[in-house]
Design a binder for this molecule. Structure first.
Ligand SMILES: [Zn+2]
Length: 463
């Protein structure tokens, strides 16, 4: 009896998504022509690249709390209105304000030399005269644990080779507090970079509130490896670190929001976006000016082609992704119970390279639909749909946790961590054609999902 009832329930569960899908038109047939016109429109010229160039050349970096970020947001809002986008607005968000100040790292022994460094975001500064101390080089948290007795009073340098981003960046976020726990007076890390021409990479560090906050900075890969070689040869290494970093009080910023209002179900929303803030180095062209402009251009393109999908497509350029995530939180809180009306959230924050397709956190039934839509991207080789269990991008995590299908544009990103969070993150690292194909991939996915007769189902990978 019991097993029969369970079996029946399972059948109903399995049948439900199938029935829902059966009501969808054959996506390839219904949307081929419009998808091709979006792809043609996106790839016909370099307008996305030119617009990104104007943004990053005019305003430069866009660190949270900076005047350049707010000036860039004003410019974008004006241009979005001129584009004819609807409900264009800056939604207020209070963001942290970390200021780098003057900084340097100098090798004192075994020879005197300037080291290529960048303080880590959120770090405290050093006393005025700097911190001069012997360096203990370790390769991992495990090695620091084994040599903790040697760390007291020293500068600990983590010389950890890059494996993949999420694993390697733990050294940046957690390393300084681990070093402080062992009694270190400052912490250096080898830049989180898959390739280097002696360029230091910044990024956020996170202090553990139970230990002292010590100054923390990244050295270039080359300099970290050199200090390690000195130590291996038994030559004591002494470094002088000077950092004027400080955290000021929170300051107002905004999420940028604009819409193409849906023709039939305007309260149901497909969100596309990137983060408009950046680190205070380079131009934040790759991270994430390019992703932001790609999402914006995708919606502008729909407007330009006279397309108005059944549901609303909303561009959201979140503020403060890099050092706080306050924009994503404010957006989620501002939507409150309207989150249930979000049918899909797409973020592009993996750099701007040839698109390969999408990474999706969502239900099996959502994946089946998304796979068909991605099939419309064959002419630009972006048909891949990779499934993941957790949100693929930071600013859409809270939406994913509320059950909204969450996707990140998947790109050929093998060079991304050469430029990420460095002075080299400038417009010239992007290719106009690759950016145009990112616009095409976002426009087709967002438009078709927003236009389908049935809303993309909510739910996680396991249901
Ligand atoms: Zn980013």
């Amino acid at each position: 009896m019991i097993s029969r009832r369970v079996t029946t329930a399972l059948c109903l569960l399995l049948a439900a998504p199938r029935a829902a899908q059966a009501q969808q038109p054959d996506i390839a047939t219904a949307y081929r022509a419009v998808a091709d016109s979006l792809i043609r429109g996106a790839t016909a010229d370099s307008s996305a690249y030119r617009r990104l160039g104007r943004l990053v050349d005019t305003f430069g970096h866009r660190l949270s709390g900076s005047a350049s970020l707010e000036a860039a947001i004003d410019w974008i809002l004006d241009l979005m209105k001129a584009d004819g986008l609807e409900n264009v607005r800056g939604e207020p968000v209070m963001v942290p304000r970390w200021v780098r100040g003057a900084e340097s790292a100098e090798l004192v022994k075994p020879r005197v030399a300037r080291l290529a460094m960048l303080g880590l975001g959120g770090s405290v500064g050093t006393p005025k005269g700097g911190i001069t101390a012997q360096v203990l080089v370790v390769s991992s948290f495990e090695e620091l644990g084994q040599r903790a007795a040697e760390a007291k009073g020293k500068i600990v340098l983590f010389d950890a080779p890059f494996t993949e981003y999420e694993a390697t960046r733990r050294i940046r976020t957690d390393g300084p507090s681990a070093a402080a726990r062992a009694g270190a007076v400052a912490c250096l890390i080898r830049s989180v970079a898959s390739g280097s021409i002696r360029s230091p990479h910044t990024g956020a560090t996170l202090y553990d509130s139970t230990v002292a906050r010590i100054p923390a900075a990244a050295l270039s890969v080359e300099d970290a490896m050199m200090l390690h070689r000195f130590q291996d040869r038994g030559e004591p290494v002494v470094v002088r670190l000077r950092m004027g970093a400080r955290t000021l009080s929170d300051t107002p910023s905004r999420n940028v929001v604009a819409e193409l209002v849906g023709r039939e179900q305007p309260d149901e929303v497909v969100v596309v976006g990137g983060h408009i803030d950046s680190w205070d180095v380079g131009q934040g062209a790759m991270d994430d000016g390019g992703g932001s402009v790609a999402a914006w251009e995708a919606v502008r393109l729909m407007r330009r082609l006279g397309l108005r999908p059944r549901r609303t497509v909303r561009v959201v350029l979140w503020t403060n992704e890099e050092n706080g995530g306050r924009g994503a939180r404010a957006y989620r809180e501002g939507q409150a119970d309207r989150v249930a009306k979000h049918v899909l959230a797409i973020e592009s924050d993996n750099g701007v390279f040839n698109p390969k397709g999408y990474v999706l956190a969502g239900s099996d039934s959502a994946a089946a639909v998304v796979q068909q839509v991605a099939g419309l991207l064959r002419s630009i080789n972006a048909t891949g749909v990779q499934r993941v269990n957790e949100s693929p991008a930071a600013d859409i995590t809270l939406l994913a946790e509320a059950g909204v299908a969450a996707m990140e544009l998947d790109v050929e990103g093998s060079r991304y961590f050469w430029y990420h969070h460095t002075d080299g993150d400038t417009l010239d690292k992007l290719d106009p054609g690759e950016l145009a194909r990112c616009v095409a991939a976002i426009a087709v996915m967002a438009y078709v999902v927003a236009d389908l007769p049935d809303a993309l189902p909510h739910g996680t990978t396991t249901n």
